[in-house]
Design a protein around this ligand. Structure first.
Ligand SMILES: [Mn+2]
Length: 393
């Protein structure tokens, strides 16, 4: 017999589907949340079952279970942990640990792609185009490569995963992988996925107006409360507000925080680790410790959300050498304009002794320090008139 303990997201369930293809009725599978795995592992170890081969995929265990698993393996237990999170790299010290973040060709791995390689290598699964395509969609979704490649099929697969129950998803996909040569969605799935895309878009639009900026340790975080569509939300908000180092998505019901960054110089796995969580450099998560609650919930609750930049301006545009006008949440106006090769800043018609090498640097500074937004043309004209009158005095 085989037992598989995996994550309850698309990548984790992808591992379960591969295990079903390989082992059929010989495998017993449990999908777990990040916080739920250790209980399952302890339960398994307490059974002292030496005949079952245990797989753990897409998740890693705590220190206590790490020791117990090592002991289980030493005394003859069969065990394989497969993961791609860099916070789990220390499991490579063990013969039963296989944690690889990146494959040789500079592509990121997912747990499903690693398990696929493992099963094929050990002759437990016969490779087939439809399975390879399915594994690749999951890998691209889980590693965010789908975005660079505009691979919306990968995103759709994840949306479908959350539209139906795990059991239904597994059943449908197993059938598809067994019976077909290539991976495809059905017409009905395409239709409901289109509806779902529209729904996600509306949800993000609403959440964009609820984003709160807060400096936590050395980082500027964007904090948003949301129960759904975490990865889409983290990504879109990150792109909308590039002056923020990362987006923290608070799920109060689930008492969890997800972290997401679009910046290469910010590592959110380190942020999550501070609160006992983990993950990747661009996406990570933790459960809500009291310290996390204090910093992300208590300290932000009374703050006003960020205002959006005016979108329909013809005159007050970003990067205009003559000036782009912003307003702060304290009601001060900031004009960012170019003089020779520098960008300078004026606060309520008074020039500040600050200069920036580029427009983006200047905008980042005022957005981080004064919580500014680009104001509408009408307000821009008013400001210019005011400046004109002042110069006449
Ligand atoms: Mn994964």
């Amino acid at each position: 017999m085989y037992k598989l303990l995996s994550h309850n997201d698309l990548d984790g369930v992808g591992c379960g589907i591969l295990a079903k293809l390989a082992f059929g009725k010989e495998v017993n599978i449990r999908y777990n949340s990040v916080g739920g795995l250790d209980k399952e592992v302890s339960w398994f170890l307490n059974q002292k079952d030496m005949d079952t081969f245990l797989f753990i995929t897409d998740l890693s265990v705590n220190e206590e279970n790490e020791k117990r698993l090592a002991e289980y393996f030493r005394s003859g237990g069969n065990l394989q942990l497969i993961d791609h999170h860099k916070t789990a790299l220390h499991f490579n010290e063990y013969e039963w640990g296989h944690v690889v973040v990146e494959n040789g060709e500079g592509k990121l791995n997912s747990a499903t792609s690693l398990l696929y390689e493992y099963l094929v290598k050990h002759n437990l699964l016969t490779p087939k185009p439809v399975i390879e395509e399915f594994v690749e969609l999951i890998r691209q979704y889980d590693t965010w490569e789908w975005e660079e490649n505009d691979n919306y099929e990968a995103h759709r697969l994840n949306s479908l995963f959350y539209l139906i129950s795990i059991d239904e998803f597994v059943e449908i996909m197993l059938e598809r992988l067994q019976d077909n040569e290539h991976f495809q969605f059905s017409d009905f799935e395409k239709k409901i996925l289109e509806l779902e895309d529209n729904k996600i878009e509306r949800y993000i639009r609403r959440k964009r107006r609820e984003l709160i900026q807060h400096k936590i340790d050395s980082y500027y975080a964007g904090v948003v409360f949301a129960e759904m569509y975490h990865s889409e939300l983290g990504n879109e908000l990150g792109k909308d507000y590039p002056h923020l180092d990362y987006i923290a998505i608070i799920n109060m019901g689930g008492r969890r925080i997800g972290f997401r960054t679009i910046h290469d110089d910010v590592d959110v796995s380190v942020v999550a680790q501070k609160y006992g969580g983990g993950g990747h450099s661009k996406a990570s998560g933790c459960t809500m410790s009291s310290e996390a609650f204090k910093q992300f919930v208590e300290e932000t609750f009374h703050l006003d959300p960020l205002r959006e930049d005016a979108r329909r301006n013809k005159f007050n545009l970003k990067g205009n050498p003559l000036g782009s006008l912003y307003r702060s949440n304290e009601g001060k106006n900031y004009l960012l304009f170019r003089k020779d090769e520098y960008w300078l800043l004026e606060e309520n018609h008074k020039e500040l002794t600050l200069s920036f090498p580029s427009f983006d640097d200047g905008e980042k500074f005022i957005k981080r320090n004064y919580q500014t937004w680009l104001i509408r043309d009408e307000e821009f004209v008013e400001y210019l008139m005011e400046g004109y009158k002042l110069s006449k005095k």
